[in-house]
Design a binder for this molecule. Structure first.
Ligand code: HEC
Length: 404
């Protein structure tokens, strides 16, 4: 009895930890990405002032929330240290800390989403070691590459980076569950982005400031080099944000070629970024690869049979509802019920229970997507659903999901 209460207690606490971390992660992420987009925009919107002041590179008037603002971009001269200088750094760090905490909570401590026996037979500890290992080695490899002589040829270094990313994506998708693989690629990108801020951009700013403080002219090429990393971050942002949403879209992570879907969406997101903030209208060409990659990803993630017109099943082949209900009771209700026997994933996972005939019929379309097309339910097929049972559900749903 005590152990039951204890586990109910820890799962309740786990749920709240999950909620609060997600909330904080979301807020910090918005603050981080929002401010970096703002500065990208600002840099491009700056105009040359009428009366050029020494050190001023551009200025801009803005109006927002009823206030007028004038911003000047300038290089501080020797000895010219502003009394108050705002740094943008904690947004990135907090996003990373809350993100890694979520990864550990959901995939390593919870564990339900980490592995999928239909993908590979990897053990729990090797899977965790793989996930952590990928995150730990990614930064030294990426950073080393972009500090090596190869970085003098950005096109080559970019291609090598993309090839490495593709290799990691394939590896993760072959060994972990689709959603865990996607989320680890996202965590990898996020880790590179935060490390770019803290290990490359902030130190360069610190060095320039130290020179200014010492009354010497700062070496502003440091800032230009740091800018390269900030450009990298901007290319990673859109793909990363897709990955954060991907768990809601099983068709993407459950596709048999989910690694290719992810890489195509990476290309689409990064190309849209290029068209949006690349220089001038000449970068609009990037919308073409973006569109092609998106179309290919949509095609590849189309569940089998979804594109074919649903041929109405002959009336006599539509299974009776009691047969459907028996399957749902055995394979789904252990989790999806008010009276669940499997409480490991909290009450009514995904907000779904199948306790009444109406609730089953109402969710028929979702049942088709999750249990027939993407086979992402039952979760990791924990309840051992068979192909025949999936086919039975499919026939019932295409027959109009009748309650008799
Ligand atoms: C081991 C527990 C477990 C079992 C068994 C299970 N589910 Fe789920 N289900 C979950 C969890 C966890 C979520 C929320 C995460 C997600 O959406 O992937 C969920 C979410 C859902 C959702 C809501 C999200 C959406 O895509 O609309 C549906 C529908 C669903 N499951 C259908 C089913 C069906 C049908 C079965 C039986 C064939 C089933 N589940 C068996 C754990 C389970």
């Amino acid at each position: 009895m005590v152990t039951v209460r204890l586990s109910a207690m820890t799962s309740w606490l786990g749920d709240w930890a999950n909620l609060l971390l997600r909330w904080a992660h979301f807020i910090a992420g918005i603050a981080w990405i929002g401010s970096s987009f703002y500065f990208i925009w600002l840099d491009r919107a700056l105009t040359t002032p009428e009366h050029l002041k020494p050190g001023v590179e551009g200025d801009l008037w803005m109006v927002h929330s009823g206030g007028f603002y004038q911003v000047e971009k300038r290089r501080p001269g020797p000895g010219e240290v502003p009394a108050v200088l705002h740094w943008f750094k904690w947004e990135a760090m907090l996003t990373w800390i809350t993100g890694i905490a979520l990864l550990v909570l959901i995939f390593y401590l919870g564990g339900a989403y980490l592995r999928d026996p239909s993908v590979s037979g990897i053990g729990r500890l090797p899977a965790i070691a793989l996930g952590v290992g990928v995150l730990v080695v990614s930064w030294p490899i990426y950073d080393g590459l972009w500090r090596s002589p190869l970085a003098k040829r950005p096109a080559v270094a970019s291609l090598v980076s993309l090839a490495l990313l593709a290799a990691v994506t394939v590896l993760l998708c072959l060994l972990l569950s689709g959603r865990a693989a996607f989320m680890h690629v996202g965590s990898l990108l996020g880790t590179l982005m935060v490390a770019n801020v803290w290990e490359r951009i902030l130190p360069a700013q610190r060095q320039m400031l130290a020179a200014t403080r010492a009354g010497q002219p700062a070496d502003f090429t440091l800032g230009e080099r740091a800018k390269q990393r900030s450009v990298h971050n901007s290319y990673m942002t859109f793909p990363l944000l897709f990955i954060m949403l991907s768990n809601h879209f099983p068709a993407t992570y459950a596709s048999p070629v989910n690694w290719l879907v992810l890489l195509l969406l990476f290309v689409a997101g990064a190309s849209v970024r290029h068209a949006m903030i690349g220089r001038g209208s000449s970068s609009r060409w990037a919308l073409l690869p973006a569109g092609l990659a998106l179309a290919a990803a949509m095609f590849l993630s189309t569940p089998k049979g979804a594109a074919a017109p649903a041929t109405a099943a002959a009336a006599d082949s539509v299974p009776p509802f009691h047969a459907v209900r028996a399957v749902i009771a055995q394979r789904c209700q252990p989790c999806h019920s008010q009276y669940q026997s499997d409480r490991t994933l909290g009450p009514a996972p995904g907000g779904v229970t199948f306790d009444t005939p109406e609730s089953i019929a109402r969710l028929a379309e979702r049942i088709r997507v999750r249990a027939v097309e993407t086979k992402t339910m039952p979760l990791a097929n924990k309840t051992g659903m068979t192909e025949e049972e999936r086919a039975l559900l499919a026939r019932w749903i295409s027959g109009g999901a009748p309650l008799r």
